[in-house]
Design a protein around this ligand. Sequence first.
Ligand code: NAD
Length: 373
Amino acid sequence: MRLFVPKESSPKETRIALIPAGAAKLKKLGAEIVVESGLGAKLGFPDSEFEAVGASTTTDRAAALSSADMVLRLGRPEPESISRLKKGAIHVSYLDPFFQKELLQTLAEAGTTAIAMEMIPRTTLAQKMDALSSQANLGGYVAVLLAAERLSKAFPMMMTPAGTLQPAKVFIIGVGVAGLQAIATAKRLGARVEAFDTRPVVEEQVRSLGAKFVKIDLGETGETKGGYATALSPEQIKKQQEGMAKVCASADVVITTAQVFGRKAPRIVTAEMVAGMRPGSIVVDMAVETGGNVDGSRLDEEVDVNGVLVLGLGNLPGRVPVHASQMYSSNITNLVEHFWDKEKNVFNLNFDDEIIKGCVVTHNGAICHDMLK
Ligand code: NAD
């Protein structure tokens, strides 16, 4: 089976789908690996490192796409590259499948078997392939560093002969993978951290990281079988906003990470809440790419709202591209390895398997995933 890894098409993407260590692992399985020339050059992975582990490199992207049995990449494919794929080729990447219906239709019509990395189930067995987690973890880390760098105060408490500096107050809204890492990072930097999530099970995790869980009574809230938050009613969101206004007003940094799987991100921090914060404070909206948790945040912009800086920077994991690529490469090679049939030397599309059922979104000319049909 021939696996091709093209360079990413979005000029904003700094990460890559496969690093040489991943290529080596796939090569050992018995796959033929072709990498677009220059794939890892900016990250310190020259073509020669891919070639050294047995991959070949090519400058003929079009030919490589049309001869590949499987394409591995990070960002969504552009229609032009889909049209080149062989019928029945397997394409693995992020697809944003709930919001990219047209793209799914194009993949289906091309006869492509598309795997959406976002749809890998959040199970223990699939953890090693879970790119949402590996990238959210780094995103949470970066969000705190961006805030710390822009805040006009230091994070840790300092007791010096010149006086005592109080620790910065950080409030994290949404404590999934990104939120947990944001708490851990802010704590390491010495901040006083508070956090809130609608899933009650999170309280214990927040406490175990040494942060304070903010309690707001929202009535019945829950989570899905996969551990995702269920959407709140408009009345619950209002209660949440009222409960949070005071905490936001006293925070130096607010970081929002709230997501509801398959939907637009909930709008949690209102313009009034931002207006209630002290000038010099920072708000980081980590959900800006999926609609935003914060009124007034704009993708890839830093908006000054009466002295409060609202950061809406996208692709936060892309700010640590070497580690983000290492993690993604590991996720994608684990996926291929897990389903590799060593006798036939092919990727085994076993639709009886929960992971395959969960992440394949188009197959045999149709959109095949129950949640997307
Ligand atoms: P996510 O990105 O979908 O959402 C981020 C957080 O926002 C979640 O904790 C969610 O509860 C929270 N949220 C939603 N609406 C909110 C609101 N109105 N206010 C405040 N917070 C709100 O979450 P994720 O990081 O992808 O994690 C989802 C779940 O999957 C978690 O339970 C996580 O522990 C679990 N998980 C399990 C595995 C595994 O077992 N393999 C791997 C990764 C994640």
